[in-house]
Design a protein around this ligand. Structure first.
Ligand code: SF4
Length: 72
């Protein structure tokens, strides 16, 4: 049985993350080597995950520090 390496809930299948896709700067469409022009959020059965195309979420850093947070 084939083991799933990539968690599909954490990394959903999207053309914008596919190895066959070229994403222009405005990201309104995706240029696919297999299908031509496609929507960025769609996918097909030839989908292959490309980890270099994933854009990580920005981390949110809290700014409400007090002097006690830095005291030893
Ligand atoms: S249409 Fe299929 S092959 Fe093309 S980019 Fe989307 S998932 Fe990849």
């Amino acid at each position: 049985m084939k083991q799933k390496i990539i968690d599909s809930k954490k990394y959903p299948k999207k053309c914008s993350n596919c190895i066959f896709a070229r994403v222009p700067e405005d990201k309104s469409v995706v240029l696919c080597e297999k299908k031509g022009i496609v929507e960025p959020d769609s996918h097909c059965r030839k989908y292959e995950y490309d980890p270099f195309k994933r854009v990580p979420q920005k981390s949110v850093i809290s700014t409400d520090f007090t002097a006690e947070d830095f005291a030893l």
